[in-house]
Design a binder for this molecule. Structure first.
Ligand code: PRX
Length: 652
């Protein structure tokens, strides 16, 4: 953590938003933010009631917040609402009915635009098709798809009929599908015959076929024909999208759902091996996504907005689909890789669609920085007026490059801190109201009360880092871990149970201006290219291979990915291992979890450093993987020779 603090202390640059931006911004001064923030904290119920009034409810709530049974908070009880209605129908009676809702670009270069009216029509047809396949309110549907418009259509169709969707990132493997389908007890899987990634086809349907024998609850598979390269279709189980959806009726009124009705489950990594099914509600979640989209991105009707995330992650849920469409804005969606066919692809897309607001991840920015200025320079990026980042801490060098090379020194940058669990952005700068500082997320969004505290829960004052907690509930907070209330309490609420605070799992630092700088995870979660991976998950994948006796996985600083994965692996006695076994193990992890979890380094060792009580000393391994001298206490180490050997065995 210390290096992060040093860098924030040395970071004196701050950039006020340009006057033209401020002149038209929704919140255009610090004083206005302060007043709104104060209102939201002094009387949260009145504030949230007022904001919730901007959504369309079929029945108004009886009570804004029920906090009688913490941490199981309920928001807008008695209220009836539908997320799909709020993203679609409510725009149809306005001039927006023929406005582009989604502008889609396929990796091979196709372009499709769906107006609000057309998207609504497709969603209704899909919703009716789902009903025809036996899907009812409350059922779980997993979605395992490429970034094509049918993905948004499928999620809004689920929301329309009250089925809870669980989207699984297309880069995850068949095994990840098994875990998630089993945990969610999914009834239907929606997938495609494939999707394009860097010119190759990702065989999504193949992974579904491999997973389904172990997913007894799944009855049907709905398959979009994206690539037309053909795939096996199992009679009685698999149905083509074009057969089921195209012929379905376009008349499907949105179900009136309780505000607390579960909108989606999204699995994310935690410190233990089993992914956590983060459960989000309908009303509170939608309000958070809607309001942050409006204020943080300063969304206006004439904007073309592009978030480059995959909808398989929460960023895509909130800031490609729910938050953006509920505002009636135009959302660009791109199927493929940032560097296909050239590292200029993103800039080409910005120029082509005249994108005004661009939201991406630090890992992508670092890659672009490395690929060089010539790529953005070859394109007209003058349409851009606001830039955003999300997913991991951004190093000041990358921040400055983003500002200069992409933003032409004219666009404010919003560094947005939030989590799958929080549903929407909790800490950031509001672009017209406050200065941006390289590497700092900023101030709390309305209604959010973050605090940096010590292990014991004492507020940290001055130039020290500590644990980041949120002191009071907010509407888009997770409601529980699907099917596991105890784990929900344990993971997020037990550390500061007495105070009733939500524990984020992140370390943070608050500077003299009150800005929060997020240092990163303090648990056994590593953040690889903005994607959370649990070290335990990767360790379990490794030990399931016969070459592995024991494994310990740690993160280390990585130039492009933020953090890389280093696996220390001890092999069974008598087994000889070499370079090719490292490849075998990497492939094994890719098969068990997905390519994103492949270790960057594998170090074979006879033994792992342990305490006398047998606990692996990860702190030491982290130092070794990062190539730094171990400063901390090693007196509890059982066998000192292990350490020396591990250091010798450096990987190139
Ligand atoms: O460690 C923080 C980091 O990403 C974690 C949340 O990951 P996930 O649930 O996958 O959601 C990512 C997209 C919201 C956080 O606990 N993180 C997220 N945004 C930032 C960040 N770290 C620093 N700065 C950010 N802006």
């Amino acid at each position: 953590m210390s290096s992060g603090i040093e860098h924030v202390l040395n970071e004196l640059r701050r950039f006020d938003p340009p006057a033209e931006f401020v002149a038209n911004a929704r919140v255009n001064s610090r004083a206005e933010y302060d007043a709104l923030y104060k209102d939201s904290i002094d009387d949260p119920e009145a504030f949230w009631a007022k904001m919730a009034g901007e959504l369309d409810w079929s029945r108004k709530w009886d009570r804004v917040l029920d906090d009688s049974n913490p941490p199981f908070y309920k928001w807008f009880e008695g209220g009836k609402i539908n997320a799909s209605y709020n993203c679609l129908d409510r725009h149809l009676g306005t001039w927006r009915k023929n406005k582009a809702a989604i502008i889609w670009e396929g990796e091979p270069g196709e372009s499709r635009t769906l107006t609000y009216q057309e998207l609504h029509r497709q969603v209704c047809k899909c919703a009716n098709a789902l009903k025809g396949l036996g899907i009812c309110k409350g059922d779980r549907v997993t979605i395992y798809m490429p970034m094509i418009p049918e993905l948004v259509i499928a999620m809004l169709a689920c929301a329309r009929i009250g089925a809870t969707h669980s989207i699984i990132f297309g880069g995850f493997s068949a095994n990840a599908l098994i875990d998630r389908n089993q945990d969610a007890q999914a009834k239907l899987v929606i997938t495609a015959d494939g999707g394009y990634r860097r010119g190759a086809i990702v065989d999504l349907k193949g992974a579904v076929d491999e997973a389904l024998p172990k997913c007894p609850t799944v009855e049907k598979v709905l398959v979009v024909e994206r690539t037309k390269k053909g795939c096996a279709m199992q009679a009685g189980r698999d149905i083509w999208w074009h057969d089921a959806v195209d012929s379905a009726s376009a008349d499907c009124p949105a179900e009136e759902l309780d505000a607390e009705h579960p909108l989606f489950i999204l699995y994310t990594s935690g410190s233990t091996g089993k992914p956590k099914g983060i459960l989000h509600s309908t009303g509170g979640y939608l309000l958070g996504a809607y309001l942050t989209s409006k204020y943080v991105f300063d969304l206006r009707d004439e904007d073309t907005y592009w978030c480059t995330a995959d909808i398989g992650w929460v960023t895509g849920h909130s800031y490609i689909c729910y938050g953006i469409l509920s505002n009636g804005a135009t959302s660009v969606m791109y199927e493929g890789a940032p560097n296909h066919p050239t590292p200029g692809r993103f800039w080409e897309i910005i120029e082509k669609y005249k994108v005004n607001i661009f939201y991406t991840a630090p890992t992508a920015i670092r890659a672009f920085l490395k690929w060089g200025d010539q790529w953005p320079k070859a394109h007209d990026l003058s349409s851009l007026r606001l830039l955003g980042t999300v997913g991991e801490p951004i190093n000041p060098e990358a921040w400055m490059w983003y500002r200069e090379a992409i933003g032409g020194n004219r666009c404010p940058i919003v560094d947005t801190w939030w989590q799958t669990e929080t549903g929407s952005i909790l800490i950031t700068t509001l672009p017209g109201a406050m200065a941006g500082k390289p590497g700092s997320a900023g101030l709390p969004f309305f209604g959010v009360q973050p605090q940096v505290v010590t292990e014991e829960g004492e507020p940290v004052e001055g130039m020290h880092s500590g644990m980041l907690v949120i002191r009071s509930p907010w509407p888009s907070m997770l409601r529980t871990l699907y099917g596991d209330d105890d784990r929900f309490k344990e993971v997020y609420w037990s550390k500061y149970e007495k105070q009733g605070w939500y524990f984020t799992g992140d370390g943070a630092f608050r500077d003299k201006d009150g800005y929060f700088m997020i240092i990163g995870r303090i648990d056994d979660v590593i953040n690889v290219s903005g994607h959370r991976l649990g070290t335990m998950e990767i360790e379990s994948a490794l030990v399931s291979h016969p070459l592995v006796a024991e494994a310990a996985v740690v993160g280390f600083p990585h130039e492009l990915k933020g953090q890389g994965i280093c696996a220390f692996v001890s092999v069974p006695t008598g087994v000889n291992v070499g370079e090719k076994d490292k490849i075998t193990l990497r492939e094994h992890v890719a098969k068990e979890i997905g390519a994103l979890a492949k270790p960057d380094q594998i170090r074979f060792t006879d033994a792992l450093p342990k305490t006398r009580s047998g606990k692996i000393m990860r702190r030491l391994l982290r130092d070794i993987a990062s190539g730094i001298e171990t400063k901390g206490d090693t007196t509890t180490l059982e066998d000192f020779s292990v350490l020396a050997k591990l250091r010798e065995d450096k990987e190139a």
